[in-house]
Ligand binder design. Structure first.
Ligand SMILES: Nc1ncnc2c1ncn2[C@@H]1O[C@H](COP(=O)(O)OP(=O)(O)OP(=O)(O)O)[C@@H](O)[C@H]1O
Ligand SMILES: [Mg+2]
Length: 261
């Protein structure tokens, strides 16, 4: 017997998209005295749980503006932003800070570590603002440092660590409150090419563990370690492409010379 498919008469009840990030018709203006910069000009994008997205695009194309919105550091001038289907666009500054603490881990180009503080203490810091005990905070800090392969360097100060190791500390710090999303704005911008691939290895492993990762990079080679690339141009998304045949950073590392070579 033939079945007759019913037209969807209830679009308002369509299943949730299950997007962890959903941005619709997003505009961002910066007011600078008399001038107004239109940094995002109608951005539409959905990112799903477990994706690893690389954001590319020329300087000034709106990448950091987009990341700051997604990371709840700033709000849109108009448009919609749903984080785990929560309409954060309507949140107060205080509520934004609170959801940011719970859901978002940030990594930047400069590692922004406290220099007079050990790796362990740097990683532990964000747990002081989370509602967990000191003992639990310490346990998580140890765990996060193990996860990024720095178990042996917990008591080192930043000046006693290489750039790549410092970035690993920053990644551990971003993970310590167990965020839903890791946002990284040019995390390899200050690192040599081998160390950059090492950091991509860390990101690929975290992503394989289920973490959603969004990374900004200027380097096409680095973007290929992601599962999807999005290219910004003039405040809009120009290309949005899945990565085919992406390399495993751990394999690429086998063929890259080490410092000793
Ligand atoms: N706080 C701000 N106040 C005023 N204008 C800003 C501000 N932040 C960014 N802009 C402007 O918005 C536009 C987008 O900047 P954005 O930092 O998002 O670019 P980007 O793609 O991250 O560039 P880069 O690759 O150089 O980091 C640029 O024209 C920039 O000058
Ligand atoms: Mg930027």
């Amino acid at each position: 017997m033939a079945t007759i498919s019913q037209p969807d008469t209830h679009p308002a009840q369509a299943p949730a998209t299950n997007a962890i990030i959903r941005v619709a018709d997003a505009h961002k203006y910066y007011e600078l005295g008399e001038t107004r910069v239109h940094a995002l000009r109608g951005v539409n994008v959905e990112i799903h749980r477990g994706e690893f997205v690389a954001i590319m695009g020329a300087s000034g194309s709106g990448k950091s503006t987009f990341m700051n919105i997604v990371g709840c550091l700033d709000t849109l001038s108009s448009g919609e932003y749903f984080l785990e289907e929560i309409d954060v666009q309507r949140f107060s500054k205080k509520d934004l800070a609170s959801i940011r603490n719970k859901k978002i881990g940030f990594v930047f180009q400069g590692f922004n570590l406290l220099s007079r503080t050990t790796a362990l203490e740097n990683v532990e810091l964000p747990t002081l603002y989370a509602h967990i005990t000191h003992a639990e905070g310490q346990r998580r800090a140890h765990e996060a440092l193990e996860l990024v392969g720095l178990g042996e360097r917990k008591l080192h100060y930043p000046s006693q660590l290489s750039g790549g190791q410092q970035q690993r500390v920053a990644i551990a710090r971003a993970l310590v409150n167990r965020p839903a999303i890791l946002l990284a704005d040019e995390p390899t911008g200050n690192l040599d090419s081998r160390t950059s691939v090492e950091i991509m290895d860390v990101f690929q492993n975290l992503n394989l563990g289920g973490l959603t990762v969004v990374l900004v990079t200027h380097e096409p080679d680095i973007s290929q370690f992601a599962t999807r690339t999005i290219e910004f141009r003039d405040g809009r998304i120009r290309h949005d492409t899945p990565v085919k045949n992406r390399p495993l950073a751990s394999e690429v590392l086998k063929n890259l010379p080490t410092l000793e070579d």
